[in-house]
Design a protein around this ligand. Structure first.
Ligand code: SDX
Length: 429
């Protein structure tokens, strides 16, 4: 029995090959559908459309499985190391000691920004959204590194990747320092990735921020759990932009913009706003859930639901545990965590959410962790972007190395007016 898919259109039958992935997922290959049938498919939101073959991340939404290059994310929990996970996603294997040492040294060496980039920050109002600054400054960064416009080989790409992964911290920290009118704090080459970022965020010229190892591990895990998620909106955006052979920086700057949306990475800010609203007593958890179930209310239970996960988002489980461990260790008592747990409890017993397979996603607990270490709410999605950057870079590079890779150009179903003549201005009503 052939594995082909058969499409019957009128009196004609068309066979299309079925492709199978590593984990047995199957796809109907319709690359020549229009050429053979004159038809295109229609799939708003691409919920049923595979855009590419990828070897980077595997998700099983029904089972709640997430693996980076085959490694279940739960196995990173014991010794979370974001830099190691970044290498794994980008280069396809866990770094050996020499690779890790060289990559880490690269990150340290290129943490600084060109001094004249600081004037760009001055041009933004203090109230500027950090995601707007981040996207703008990633593009601006490319102007100071024209050597990264054309990445001829893997070594050149490795330098560009290290430069971007390192400097995104500095850009993020400088955006924060500008927003609070504080001096920029230069990166400290003696510090590792996360402690150096927190140093640039929270040190003062006269007082060095001390990074608690508990916080270091928690933020490493937060960034690691955000590092990739296959063809999500922002990663697909990076691939779309990169498919025109736009450079790595322009592609990742576009990814920042896509991530900003409240239905995507911006949800971690929306979750905190939702929890604050309930905490201030303006609405009860029960009332909020009722509103979220009412389609006319336009209210959603932020941090809940997912296009792919129809089971618990494994990242939400892990982040929920981090929050439960971290806050008491830091002596932080955050009522928002209790409210989040209450919302989860109500929703998971409510047929509306159960029937629609709506569970907490990565954004539901992440903000509570970041808030506990002093990261302000308006920087939460920036933290998501810092975490997701290695995934964006990995997908951009995978696509650029794929033989026969084409510019992304979807089709449409035109539903506008038929042939219409132009009407001269003096004849218009
Ligand atoms: C991320 O794609 C990724 O991998 C993303 C991400 C990553 O790592 O890159 O995982 C990160 O973006 C996580 C999602 C963050 N967003 C939110 O938390 C916002 C709240 N969630 C929703 O807006 C929604 O669940 C989405 C956007 C996440 C998914 O939307 P879908 O797949 O398009 O589902 P849908 O909007 O068609 O909803 C199906 C039904 C609808 O009801 P009915 O039409 O059947 O009556 O479920 C309802 C929706 O109204 N629904 C919700 C809901 N999410 C879906 N109802 C209330 N609250 C919600 N949160």
């Amino acid at each position: 029995m052939s594995d082909d898919a058969i499409l019957i259109l009128g009196d004609e039958q068309y066979r299309f090959p079925v492709r199978e992935g590593t984990e047995g997922e199957r796809a109907i290959d319709i690359q020549d559908l229009r050429a053979r049938t004159g038809y295109v498919t229609l799939d708003p939101g691409y919920a049923n459309t595979g855009s590419c073959r990828s070897a980077i991340t595997f998700i099983d939404g029904e089972q709640g499985i997430l693996r980076y290059r085959g490694i279940p994310i739960e196995q990173f929990e014991r010794e979370p190391n974001f830099v190691e996970a970044a290498w794994l996603l980008i280069f396809g294997h866990l770094p050996n000691p020499e690779e890790y040492k060289t990559f880490s040294e690269n990150l340290t060496a290129c943490a600084n920004l060109d001094e004249s980039m600081k004037h760009h920050f001055e041009g933004f109002p203090r109230s500027a959204p950090p995601m707007a600054i981040l996207s703008a400054m990633i593009n601006a960064l490319s102007c100071f590194h024209p050597e990264y416009f054309e990445l001829e080989d893997k070594d050149h790409f490795r330098c560009a990747a290290a430069g971007l992964i390192s400097k995104i911290r500095t850009i993020a920290a400088y955006a924060y320092r500008h927003s609070i009118g504080q001096p920029y704090i230069y990166p400290n080459p003696a510090l590792r990735y996360v402690p150096n970022f927190l140093h640039m965020m929270f040190s003062q010229p006269y007082a060095e921020h001390e990074c608690d190892p508990i916080v270091r591990d928690a933020i490493n895990l937060v960034l690691l759990l955000h590092a990739d998620h296959e063809q999500n909106c922002s990663t697909s955006t990076v691939r779309m932009v990169g498919s025109s052979q736009a450079n790595l920086f322009a592609s990742c700057a576009a990814g920042v913009c896509a991530l900003w949306g409240p239905l995507h990475g911006g949800a971690n800010v929306a979750v905190l706003q939702m929890l604050e609203q309930i905490h201030q007593g303006r609405i009860s958890p029960e009332e909020y859930v009722r509103l979220a179930k009412d389609r006319d209310s336009k209210v959603r239970l932020m941090g809940f639901g997912h296009r792919v996960y129809k089971n618990f988002d494994p990242r939400a489980r892990m982040l929920g545990k981090v929050a439960e461990r971290l806050l008491p260790t830091l002596g932080v008592r955050d009522p928002l965590l209790d409210i989040a747990r209450r919302l989860e409890e109500i929703a998971l017993e409510d047929p509306y959410f159960v029937d629609r397979q709506l569970y907490p996603n990565v954004d539901f607990y992440s903000g509570i962790i970041m808030r506990a270490v002093g990261i302000p709410t308006n920087m939460f999605t920036v933290m998501f972007a810092i975490g997701r950057l290695p995934g964006w870079i990995a997908h951009w590079w995978e696509q650029s190395q794929t033989q026969g890779s084409k510019i992304a150009r979807p089709r449409q179903l035109y539903v506008g007016p038929g042939f219409t003549d132009h009407v001269p201005k003096d004849e218009r009503m």
